[in-house]
Design a binder for this molecule. Structure first.
Ligand SMILES: [Zn+2]
Ligand SMILES: [Zn+2]
Length: 487
């Protein structure tokens, strides 16, 4: 009995640190690790790593990015592993339904996260215990909304930049000059940025904390539907949003429809919300998201079509099927399950048939296509011809058949694209993913899966497609499934 007690006691000494303060709300993992080591009088972060079973803490490649905590560290701090995820960007990434794969994470958070320490010295002084907030890592925030001051991004005494995780665990001391970081003097936030800073702070607080609902499997799609629904309320077309964002149309298409061809990053979602005039708190409203989990009824869709037609007419925009589909989120695919919606769209189509063949309208279409291609070229981006067709709302076949000038434009663009630059190296995995996504687009639109059509959808050159054994295998699969053409 006595031996048992002794073992338990020994384990307690070695397993749990004598001082293990609980993490503060929204405290970053790097802050907590530093605080934990300092509270226990450890001389360096490496000591904590060694105690946790030989992990190299200083080498954390992406600090505060969601990654499972080492069981040793969780045990030492006596903080459950799930609570460690709260100290990372986990909930934010999860709410958008995005992948936790390191490469995907980096793409999603690119440009949004500060790589070094930023802090509000007033928060560090007033809050006990002092800790660094995850919020401070977001570049969209110029400063602290509570104190209405700019963040400091260096030591207020010697001006040295500060790493997120420093070797010597001193939470509020500059490692270079030993000055107290809490006594730095921040400059006040300009009145014009106060309101947006408060809004973004609330948005990020919401995103970084666990939601009340367990998320849907296709959370990204649900968020996209919500954006698309609010875009309809504003009567804004995808190219209009893209141009306001200064981004490719495919980025907006990705958010609305979760096309894998072009991935949107956190910054894109934030700008999109700004353009719609909603905060992310409003966009992620639980009840509204819950409602969208149920697929729209035909009656609801009909109402949306009417609403879209109303918006387009009011703004003098052509009633192209693409413009309507664009607003109601039926892009590049007709829902065969909604005969009444189809009828309404077709009715408008036949009314427009004559209109469409009108040379004035051809002029307009040519201008639209030309503009989209030129904009992409100016930005050095590759335009996906399928996106252009989707935006106009006409099929590729129809466009090239009825409008020789558009056919010529497409042809010239494709030729230029393969000639202009040598194809960069794309690994087989990436190629495979792009091709699969393209095949899904074609299948959902009931179109034949051919090399030529795939070339219009992916950002790969003809050469890259032809030389890939994986692509060959994928295509062969669909060629077999398509004995008499389309289905
Ligand atoms: Zn503050
Ligand atoms: Zn200093």
């Amino acid at each position: 009995m006595e031996t048992g007690l002794w073992v338990e006691h020994a384990q307690a000494i070695w397993n749990v640190l004598p001082v293990h303060p609980p993490p503060q709300p929204l405290e970053s993992m790097t802050s907590y690790i530093t605080r934990l080591a300092e509270a226990n009088g450890l001389q360096s972060i490496h000591e904590l790593g060694a105690l946790a079973g030989g992990i190299r803490l200083k080498n954390l490649k992406s600090p505060d990015y969601p990654a499972p905590v080492s069981p040793g560290l969780a045990r030492l701090a006596s903080v459950p592993t799930a609570r460690w995820l709260d100290m990372t960007f986990f909930h934010l990434v999860h709410r958008f339904g995005r992948s936790m794969h390191p490469v995907a994470l980096h793409k999603f958070l690119a440009g949004s996260i500060a790589p070094a320490l930023r802090y509000c010295p007033l928060c560090l002084t007033e809050h006990t215990p002092a800790s660094y907030s995850l919020l401070w890592r977001f570049l969209v925030l110029p400063g602290c909304s509570e104190h209405a001051v700019h963040f400091l991004d260096q030591c207020g005494h010697c001006g040295s930049p500060l790493a997120l995780l420093r070797c010597i665990p001193q939470l509020t001391t500059c490692p270079t000059c030993q000055g107290d970081l809490r006594s730095g003097v921040p400059s006040p936030l300009e009145s014009s940025v106060l309101a947006p800073t408060t809004k973004y702070t609330n948005d990020l607080k919401m995103l970084l904390t666990p939601g009340p609902r367990s998320l849907a499997k296709d959370q990204a799609e649900l968020v996209g539907k919500r954006f698309q629904f609010l875009r309809l309320q504003r009567g804004l077309l995808i190219p209009e949003v893209a141009s306001l964002m200064g981004r490719e149309t495919s980025v907006v298409l990705h958010i609305d429809l979760v096309r894998k061809v072009k991935q949107a990053c956190l910054d894109d979602y934030m700008r999109y919300a700004d353009i719609l005039g909603y905060s992310l708190c409003e966009i992620f409203d639980e009840t509204a998201l819950q409602d969208l989990l149920v697929p729209a009824s035909e009656a609801q869709l009909l109402e949306q079509v009417e609403q879209a037609i109303h918006h387009l007419k009011a703004r003098g925009k052509p009633l192209l099927p693409g413009n309507i589909g664009n607003l109601i989120g039926l892009i590049g695919r007709r829902g065969p399950q909604y005969p009444r919606v189809n009828k309404l769209l077709t009715r408008n189509e036949t009314e427009r048939e004559q209109e469409l063949l009108d040379s004035k309208l051809e002029e307009e279409l040519v201008k639209l296509v030309e503009q989209t291609l030129k904009q992409g070229e100016a930005r050095g981006e590759t335009i996906v011809l399928q996106d252009v067709c989707d935006l106009v709302g006409l099929t590729y076949e129809w466009m090239v058949k009825k409008y020789p000038r558009i056919k010529a434009l497409f042809h010239a663009y494709q030729q230029n694209r393969s000639r202009r630059r040598r194809a960069p190296n794309v690994d087989e995995e990436e190629k495979g993913q792009q091709i699969q996504a393209a095949i899904n687009v074609l299948l959902s639109g009931g179109e034949p899966v051919t090399l030529k059509r795939i070339l219009h959808i992916v950002k790969l050159t003809y050469y890259q497609l032809r030389t890939s054994p994986r692509v060959k295998a994928l295509l062969a699969q669909y060629a077999e499934k398509r004995p008499g053409g389309t289905s």
